[in-house]
Ligand binder design. Structure first.
Ligand SMILES: Nc1ncnc2c1ncn2[C@@H]1O[C@H](COP(=O)(O)OP(=O)(O)O)[C@@H](O)[C@H]1O
Ligand SMILES: [Mg+2]
Length: 334
C-alpha cells in the first residue's frame, strides 16, 4: 500500500462519494484536487501478482487469499481481467453487503490524505443528509468514516453534502440559496440562509439508478451503459434510434422529476421556513449534472408546476466533480 504525505498542515475538504473520493486542499493560495475512484476488484492472491502491482505502483491491499486492486486503477484492471468492479459504498453510505468496504476506504484515504501533518489537522468530510424515508445507515457511515480519518491523525468533522455545495458555490449570495449535488448513489439538496441549513434531504434516485434501469430495458451491461452516458450522451428526448440513448433519456427525466418533486415537497412543507424576501439562486453540481441538456431538463421539470420559492438563477457549477470537496474545504477554513 503506497502513501503520499504532503507537508501541508492546512485544513482539508474531503468528498466521500459513492463513485469517487475527492480531496481538496489549498496550496499556495490555490485550490488543488486529487481523486480516486471509490471502487475495487478482487483477484486471487499470488506473490508474483503482488510484486508486479507493487512495482507498478498500483494501489492494492492483500486480504486473505485475495488481492484487492483499489481506486482508479480498478477500472483499468477490470477491463484487463474481465472482473466486475465492486464498490464500498452504495446509495451514499457504506455498503452493508460489502465485507471489504472499510479496508478499501482506509486504503483510499491513506493514498489521498496520508497521515496528518500536524496534530488535530482539520478534515471536513461530506455526508448525506437524512433520506426522505429514514436514516438508511447514515449514522453508522458517518461514525466509520470519522474513525478512519482519526486513525490517520486527523480531526474529522462531518459536513452535509448539500450545505458543502452552498459553501462552495453561493458565496456571492452570502451563502443563501439552494445547493444540489447529483452524484451516483444519491442526490443531496440543501436550502441555506446565511450559511445555515434550513432544509436538507437526500434521495437515492441518481446516476446509478439511471444506469441500472436503462441497462435493464436494453439488456446491456450496467458498466457499458454508464460509459456511454459519461462519454457521449446528451439529454434531448427520444431523438434517434439508439436504444441506450433513449433509455438513458427516459430515466434521466424520471430522476430529475423525482428530484424536483422532492424539493418542492420539502420546501412547501417546511414548518420553520424563515421569511426569504429576495429570490435565491439554485446551483446544481455532481457528475450526474454534467450531460448537455441537464439544466434545460431541470428547468422544464421546475416549470411543470408552481415552486414555493422565487429563484434568481438556476445554474450548473463550473467544476461539478470537485465542488463538494471545495465546499467542504471552504467550510473547514471558516
Ligand atoms: N460526463 C458525465 N456525464 C454524465 N454522467 C456522468 C459524467 N461523469 C460522471 N457521471 C456520473 O456521475 C456520477 C458520479 O458523480 P459524482 O458527483 O462523482 O458522484 P458521487 O458523489 O456519488 O461519487 C456517476 O453516476 C457517473 O456515471
Ligand atoms: Mg457526491
Amino acid at each position: 500500500m503506497s502513501t503520499s504525505q504532503p507537508e501541508n498542515t492546512q485544513p482539508i475538504g474531503l468528498d466521500v462519494g459513492s463513485s469517487r473520493v475527492v480531496v481538496a486542499r489549498t496550496v499556495a493560495g490555490k485550490y488543488q484536487y486529487e481523486s480516486q475512484l471509490n471502487a475495487f476488484l478482487a483477484v486471487p492472491y499470488s506473490k508474483l501478482t503482488a510484486t508486479l502491482l507493487d512495482s507498478d505502483n498500483v494501489l492494492h491491499a492483500v486480504e486473505g487469499s485475495e488481492i484487492l486492486v483499489i481506486g482508479s486503477a480498478a477500472q483499468r484492471f477490470a477491463e484487463v481481467f474481465h472482473v466486475a468492479i465492486r464498490r464500498p459504498m452504495r446509495h451514499g453510505v457504506l455498503n452493508p453487503q460489502e465485507p471489504h468496504a472499510i479496508v478499501v476506504l482506509r486504503c483510499i484515504f491513506t493514498k489521498l490524505l496520508g497521515k496528518s501533518s500536524a496534530e488535530g489537522q482539520k478534515v471536513f468530510f461530506s455526508v448525506p443528509a437524512p433520506g426522505i424515508s429514514g436514516d438508511h445507515g447514515i449514522s453508522y457511515h458517518q461514525a466509520a468514516i470519522g474513525q478512519l480519518l482519526s486513525e490517520l491523525g486527523y480531526s474529522p468533522t462531518p459536513f452535509e453534502e448539500g450545505l458543502a455545495v452552498v459553501f462552495g458555490e453561493l458565496d456571492a449570495s452570502n451563502f443563501t440559496g439552494i445547493g444540489i449535488s447529483c452524484g451516483s448513489g444519491m442526490c443531496n439538496a440543501c436550502l441555506a440562509v446565511l450559511s445555515m441549513p434550513v432544509i436538507s434531504f437526500s434521495i437515492s434516485k441518481a446516476g446509478d439508478f439511471i444506469d441500472s434501469q436503462a441497462a435493464l430495458v436494453t439488456g446491456d451491461l450496467t458498466d457499458h451503459t454508464r460509459l456511454q452516458k459519461e462519454q457521449s450522451f446528451r439529454i434531448n428526448g427520444l431523438a434517434g434510434g439508439d436504444r441506450t440513448n433513449n433509455a438513458l433519456n427516459v430515466y434521466y427525466q424520471e430522476m430529475v422529476a423525482n428530484l424536483v418533486e422532492s424539493l418542492r415537497g420539502q420546501i412547501a412543507s417546511g414548518k420553520r421556513l424563515p421569511r426569504i424576501d429576495k429570490p435565491v439562486p439554485l446551483v446544481l453540481t455532481g457528475g450526474t449534472a454534467m450531460p448537455k441538456g441537464f439544466l434545460e431538463c431541470f428547468e422544464t421539470a421546475l416549470r411543470s408546476s408552481e415552486f414555493p420559492l422565487r429563484l434568481s438563477e438556476i445554474r450548473v457549477a463550473a467544476d461539478p466533480l470537485n465542488s463538494t470537496a471545495r465546499g467542504a474545504l471552504m467550510a473547514a477554513l471558516c
